[in-house]
Design a protein around this ligand. Structure first.
Ligand SMILES: C[S@@+](CC[C@H](N)C(=O)[O-])C[C@H]1O[C@@H](n2cnc3c(N)ncnc32)[C@H](O)[C@@H]1O
Length: 464
């Protein structure tokens, strides 16, 4: 790999456009997302010097709820300064096309738009797609959003008492949908909403995302393996005057205040599909992405309130979404056969160790969830590479993991999979992760007391 040429080949952004784009993105950059270059002592492995200088991938949780753009924060996002610097590092110019096959809250898409580049985000979660789109929904009409959110509650509904949403909130949500002209559902126009370069639906986007975010605040999750909404907390809050409606109106105000400081000449395209099924007609130059980590985080459970409200507008199956999420803890298929060679030798060794582990559930349950993860990761990487140009390149942010005392170097597994897909790749930098789900369980920690969890940058280039 010619590092020099990669870094300097095409980093010339058009000056006039540059000023405008830099201004628009800097509003988000300067908001809550102040990242710095990681401290040397936080780096575990440092293969490519030039990548050491990229800002940290980690995002600090906004310290105040009302901080600008804090509504766009998600626990799994990487940082916007990192995304911008990474895309620049990968040699973007205004002609470059960027793809993020796991776009989540859309950080790489915002960075690409800020640099004046065309980008495509793919995510299986409709809420992630909505949130990502809302970050560029700058053409909203304040009066229209306020009118939509002014519930009339005259819509009688028999729905939903059995589910998460109380009858009065369902009635409110239905009245919002009716005002929007979305009496039935928005499935027919969902694709247009997410790919609306003119911003024709920005008011609808701001309205729905405000309702989803409000749902998170006014409800509590019941603890357990299958959380549902905890309706009593809603009524407790309602007694204090905190309702879905009032909270959604507050969110809408904050979102519109923040968006009114931004302008984007280039807006991303977003597709709400399983990345494994998506082959684009267009080919992309640069990939910047972060797949779900091997940490048993359940994205669907983590966003149940938002998904449940969105489900009033958009028809989709929450259980099906859970099954299709990469990293799901739900076993879709049991398979003990020899893993395909394209997953790489090291992955095969790890799976054998998990299968042979002495604990009772290892072979019967955990082996399958890990195998399923590697299978879907391999398929997702194959689809991603096929959406890139012949000289495409990219950065993948991914964490290592442990199964009990078995270390699982997921970044290395990624590299071996990429090598089978015709790429040269390397683990270019790893930062220690201090707070991590993997440290939380004392039982898990007892298996590997000295474990070090890290967030790696995997660099790759297509070679043949
Ligand atoms: C680590 S997060 C990405 C975070 C993103 N970089 C950001 O800054 O917000 C991984 C994302 O992958 C998505 N995902 C999981 N399985 C998927 C699949 N089969 N196809 C597409 N996206 C998927 C999840 O919904 C989640 O948003």
């Amino acid at each position: 790999m010619n590092e020099h040429s990669i870094k300097h080949s095409s980093n010339k952004l058009d000056d006039a456009r540059d000023t405008q784009k830099t201004a628009s993105i800097s509003n988000e950059l300067n908001a809550y997302d102040r990242s710095t270059t990681p401290k040397q002592e936080e780096l575990i492995l440092t293969a490519r010097r030039s990548l050491i200088d990229l800002p940290t991938t980690k995002v600090k949780r906004p310290s105040r709820r009302d901080q600008s753009f804090s509504w766009a924060y998600t626990y799994t996002a990487f940082s916007l300064p990192f995304a911008k610097a990474a895309i620049e590092y990968l040699g973007c110019n205004t002609q470059s096309k960027i793809i993020d096959p796991f776009s989540g809250s859309g950080t790489s898409l915002i960075a690409a738009s800020g640099l004046g580049c065309h980008s495509l985000g793919i995510d299986i979660s409709p809420f992630s797609c909505l949130l990502a789109r809302s970050r560029v929904a700058v053409c909203f009409d304040t009066n229209l959003v306020n009118t939509y959110l002014e519930g009339d509650n005259k819509i009688a509904t028999e729905e939903a008492d059995q589910s998460a949403i109380s009858r009065s909130d369902m009635s409110y949500l239905r009245s919002v949908a009716r005002k929007m002209g979305l009496n039935k559902n928005i499935n027919e126009i969902w694709g247009n909403l997410l790919n609306d370069n003119l911003g024709n639906y920005d008011s609808e986007i701001v309205t729905i995302v405000s309702l989803c975010l409000a749902a998170r605040d006014v409800t509590k999750l019941e603890k357990g393996s299958n959380p549902i909404w905890y309706r009593p907390s809603l009524s407790e809050k309602a007694e204090e005057g905190i309702t879905l409606e009032s909270t959604a109106k507050n969110y809408a105000k904050r979102i519109m205040d923040d968006l009114s400081t931004c302008s984007y000449a280039t807006k991303p395209n977003i597709v709400n599909v399983d990345v494994r099924d998506y082959i684009s007609n267009e080919k992309y130059d640069i990939c910047l992405t972060s797949p779900p980590y091997l940490n048993r985080l359940d994205y669907v459970v983590a966003h149940i309130p938002e998904l449940t409200v969105l489900n009033v507008f958009l028809k989709f199956s929450i259980p099906d979404l859970k099954s299709m999420m990469i990293g799901t803890t739900k076993i879709n298929e049991k398979n003990y056969g020899e893993p395909p060679s394209v997953w790489g030798r090291y992955c095969n060794e790890v799976l054998k160790k998990i299968e042979a582990h002495s604990s009772y559930a290892s072979r019967r349950y955990y082996y399958h969830t890990y195998r399923q993860y590697f299978s879907s990761l391999a398929e997702a990487l194959a689809a991603t590479i096929s959406n890139l140009k012949a000289n495409g390149k990219g950065l993948i942010v991914i964490q290592n993991s442990y199964y009990k005392d078995i270390a699982i170097d997921v970044p290395t597994i990624c590299c071996e999979m990429l090598s089978h897909l015709g790429c040269e790749s390397e683990v270019a930098r790893t930062e220690y992760v201090k707070s991590h789900m993997g440290y939380m369980s004392p039982i898990q920690n007892s298996y590997a007391p000295n474990k070090k969890l890290g967030e790696a940058l995997v660099y790759f280039e297509i070679k043949n």
